[in-house]
Design a protein around this ligand. Sequence first.
Ligand SMILES: Cc1cc2nc3c(=O)[nH]c(=O)nc-3n(C[C@H](O)[C@H](O)[C@H](O)COP(=O)(O)OP(=O)(O)OC[C@H]3O[C@@H](n4cnc5c(N)ncnc54)[C@H](O)[C@@H]3O)c2cc1C
Ligand code: FES
Length: 280
Amino acid sequence: MHTILEKRELGPSLKEYVVKAPLVARAARAGQFVVIRLHERGERIPLTLADWDAKAGTITLVVQEVGKTTRELGERFGVGDAIRDIAGPLGEPSEIKRYGTVICVAGGVGIAPVYPIARALRNAGNHVIGVAGARNQGLLFWLDRLEAVCNELIVATDDGSYGRKGLVTEPLAELLASRKVDRVWAIGPAVMMKFCSLTCKEAGVPVIVSLNPIMIDGTGMCGACRAEVDGQVRFACVDGPEFPGDKVNWDLLIARLAAYRDEEKCALERWLSALKEATR
Ligand SMILES: Cc1cc2nc3c(=O)[nH]c(=O)nc-3n(C[C@H](O)[C@H](O)[C@H](O)COP(=O)(O)OP(=O)(O)OC[C@H]3O[C@@H](n4cnc5c(N)ncnc54)[C@H](O)[C@@H]3O)c2cc1C
Ligand code: FES
């Protein structure tokens, strides 16, 4: 059992949790994730290790509420409640080296996974340029944390409510055209990672993305998280989640993400009606 020590609203349907998980915190590295199960009958969902404190034995998770399990966490679990299982750290850590100049692009909830990667890259001696974007100001979070670990930070919103107006691919393209950049990390929605990858490919700069396919066991056994990278089948949970973005078959990944939409809708509706019954 893993007690929730802190819970914070970061934006609409977006929350941060600090959870007791000493074994995970001790072994955590940038780029890795955990699979959690809220209770005995809960489904398993993957969440990135957004931060950790080995001394305090805690991990930080940032969760966007999109369906049954993430909403159940947000609505039914508070400080003092316990998450039944947390498995991890899982996945290969980010390859942190001294590359030179690195751009870390974060889209929406992607700010959470980018933060520890940018921090590790900075600690390794890189010049780190952060580019953070969201649909609007209300969906931006942790800009103070990003600013503390980046040498430079550019913020963009689709509607211009904060920072510059436009998509993150625009400052990315400008930076790639005006500076010598050695590597790019891009993490966020699949469509955003696809277009960042195309932008980097055109500029001839290596780009790393963190894939977010549906996962079940998180240990390479079920095959749910399979993706096509450079024409090969790869399992994001054990071979990734990071891969070279220019080698990913994005259309397949995006199609697979929508494969269970009807079942996901049904699970949410069933849970909401059971909740209504219970509170009647
Ligand atoms: C390695 C990894 C790390 C992740 N880290 C985080 C994180 O730090 N914070 C966070 O909020 N989410 C993260 N996700 C996504 C998260 O696991 C899903 O949002 C969650 O499983 C949805 O469960 P649900 O029951 O609430 O919604 P579901 O009912 O399963 O899905 C509802 C809708 O959410 C979308 N969705 C479902 N699964 C995913 C997915 N894997 N990626 C993108 N969209 C999805 C689909 O549109 C779907 O129709 C991560 C995914 C992976 C693979
Ligand atoms: S989640 Fe089952 S193989 Fe990756």
